[in-house]
Design a binder for this molecule. Structure first.
Ligand SMILES: *[C@@H]1O[C@H](CO)[C@@H](O)[C@H](O)[C@H]1NC(C)=O
Ligand SMILES: *[C@@H]1O[C@H](CO)[C@@H](O)[C@H](O)[C@H]1NC(C)=O
Ligand SMILES: *[C@@H]1O[C@H](CO)[C@@H](O)[C@H](O)[C@H]1NC(C)=O
Ligand SMILES: *[C@@H]1O[C@H](CO)[C@@H](O)[C@H](O)[C@H]1NC(C)=O
Length: 532
């Protein structure tokens, strides 16, 4: 009898050990949710996810006519179950340890995705009301989508039993984001990103609860997007196959929206616009001095109006980004017809830059947009900007502080910390970059609507974009999601949890790079994913 008991204990001990190792560093009393929720309590029991895990929505106010919830649920279950060999015999399990599904209650019938919607949720596993189900409540379907992501991170495949386990129940998770704008920039001008790659980036953003894809569509090098009003603009694409049709752009927006992600479209004017003139050379100051866009020509503003008119049909986010950075006016000053125009209008070069930006702002406003502009516009003529401007910081720290003191809104992307193309910037630096640095007034704090990490495209294409974005974007995602007092003061406190999230991304088919070393690095030595 004694020996029997010892054997049983030994077995349990070994099994526990296997569970800890096999579960990928899931230690008792410690969990791996990324980004960290606002409030979490958990226990130490284990449930098993039924093979036919069900969604039930009785009692909800949300009809899901668009199928957003159903699709997100099915995708989540697929991501959790993957291609694992789930052939365990469930009839051997006591019914009380099998989780049959998830009940979702959503208060708002509306699924219009817009800036500032309620993204909160509450997740209880198991449900106190229906113990063989988990319970998810949210104001909006988009809050519920975040809850699904969190739920997916509580589930683990156990290769010894061939079952999906929900460890450490009961869970009570109450969550909401700290900032309403949590962005990632992609740049499709320096390199074209194929449509499936953009969709994959969107999928991966969902895992980290980022909610804005800032699409820097066009720049000096190429103009890859079809603009129906001015069909020769995409003559500036690298090739016929490196283009997005208008319908494909609409498809990207819809794909993102259904996952709770807004698309912020950018046309950067008047600098960074050389490629526009390949189809319409009169947008250039001259054939051999090709940017900024010709400020003296009415045609320039007609084209901007045409683009923004077309944009307003598919880019339904409240904001459009009009760039306005790094404007080198020397082509204006060396082109006779522009110099004459300036003289006639009594403008010098900096006044012409201001005139251009403000006129483009008025066009955007006339199409119902609020505006995002890079910080140089604020630095040069901040008091002249429309009050509907959000200033996008990039040059360095300390800018948000000045912007909000002037009563304008700000997005933080200081390049020394949040530029993903700066490969030397470590995930720890991404994690510690605080958008509200030196802003103590609570009214001013509210004007910082969030932040964004920027994946400039000079050295990324489909071959390396994922590993340049991840895991560092995830570090910023936690900073933007998690309530201030729950953020780690020392990145060492989150290393293990971030490593786990990085491995989760790999398991889900996202090529996230190891934590060790600089951005986009390869593993440095043999070893477990969790120790790289
Ligand atoms: C599953 O387990 C039950 C109870 O242990 C057993 O009766 C049944 O035959 C098993 N089914 C299969 C397919 O192995
Ligand atoms: C549905 O809407 C009604 C009326 O606004 C509200 O009283 C009820 O609590 C809502 N149900 C849920 C599940 O939020
Ligand atoms: C342009 O004119 C403004 C207003 O007269 C002046 O403040 C500014 O210094 C001038 N800029 C340049 C580059 O000459
Ligand atoms: C915040 O203020 C401190 C003290 O004035 C200063 O040293 C620091 O550089 C400021 N940080 C930023 C990002 O401006």
């Amino acid at each position: 009898m004694g020996l029997q008991l010892l054997r049983v204990w030994l077995l349990l001990f070994l099994f526990g050990l296997v569970a800890i190792v096999g579960g990928g560093g899931v230690n008792v009393g410690d969990f791996n949710i990324w980004p960290m929720p606002k409030s979490v309590t958990n226990g130490h029991r284990k449930l098993y996810m039924a093979l036919d895990f069900q969604l039930i929505t009785e009692g909800t106010n949300y009809s899901d006519a668009s199928g957003i919830l159903k699709e997100a649920f099915t995708t989540m279950v697929d991501v959790v179950q993957m291609d694992y060999a789930l052939d365990a015999n469930f009839s051997a399990l006591h019914p009380s340890v099998v989780l049959k599904g998830l009940q979702v209650l959503i208060s708002s019938p509306n699924d219009q995705l817009q800036y500032g919607i309620d993204e909160s949720y509450k997740l209880l596993v198991p449900s106190p009301y229906k113990p063989d189900f988990a319970h998810l409540e949210a104001q909006t379907v988009y809050g519920a989508l975040h809850g699904l992501q969190t739920f997916s991170q509580l589930c683990h495949f156990n290769s010894a039993t061939s079952r999906i386990e929900v460890l450490m129940v009961p869970w009570t998770i109450i969550d909401q984001p700290r900032f309403s704008y949590r962005g990632l920039l992609i740049d499709t001008s320096r390199h074209y990103q194929p449509l499936p790659m953009i969709k994959k980036v969107i999928d991966s953003m969902v895992y980290a609860k980022l909610n804005v894809l800032h699409w820097h569509i066009v720049d000096t090098q190429s103009f890859p997007l079809e603009i129906p009003s001015y069909p020769k603009l995409w003559d500036g694409a690298y090739s016929f196959s490196e283009r997005y049709t208008f319908a494909e752009a609409a498809e990207i927006v819809s794909y993102a929206q259904r996952r709770g992600i807004n698309v912020l479209a950018e046309i950067d004017v008047p600098g960074h616009a050389l490629s526009w003139g390949r189809g319409y050379p009169s947008l250039w100051p001259s054939k051999n001095c090709q940017q900024p866009l010709d400020v003296s020509s009415e045609f320039t503003f007609k084209v901007i109006d045409g683009i923004l008119s077309d944009f307003s049909k598919i880019f339904k986010f409240k904001f459009v980004h009009l760039g306005g950075d790094e404007v080198d006016t020397s082509c204006w000053m060396s082109t006779p017809h522009i110099m004459n125009w300036l003289r006639k209008h009594g403008m010098n070069e900096s006044e012409a830059y201001q005139y251009f930006v403000l006129r483009a702002q008025k066009i955007a406003l006339s199409h119902g947009y609020e505006i995002v502009n890079w910080e140089e516009t604020f630095n040069n003529f901040g008091s002249k900007l429309s009050r509907k401007t959000v200033v996008h910081n990039w040059l360095g720290g300390g800018v948000a502080e000045k912007v909000v003191a002037a009563g304008l809104r700000c997005i933080v992307s200081n390049q020394d910390k949040w530029y993903l193309d700066h490969l030397d910037t470590t995930w720890q630096q991404f994690y510690m970059n605080e958008p509200l640095t030196n802003i103590t007034n609570t009214e001013q704090q509210k004007l910082v609507i969030g932040g964004e990490v920027c994946m400039w495209g000079e050295t990324v294409d489909g071959s390396d974009i994922e590993q340049t974005i991840w895991p560092r974007a995830a570090a910023a995602a936690e900073r933007l999601w998690t309530t201030y007092n729950k953020l780690a003061r020392d990145p060492k406190q989150v290393t293990r949890r971030l490593a786990h999230f990085r491995c989760l991304l790999n398991q889900r088919g996202i090529a996230a790079a190891p934590l060790a070393g600089p951005g986009r690095g390869a593993p440095q030595e043999p070893g477990s994913c969790y120790s790289q």
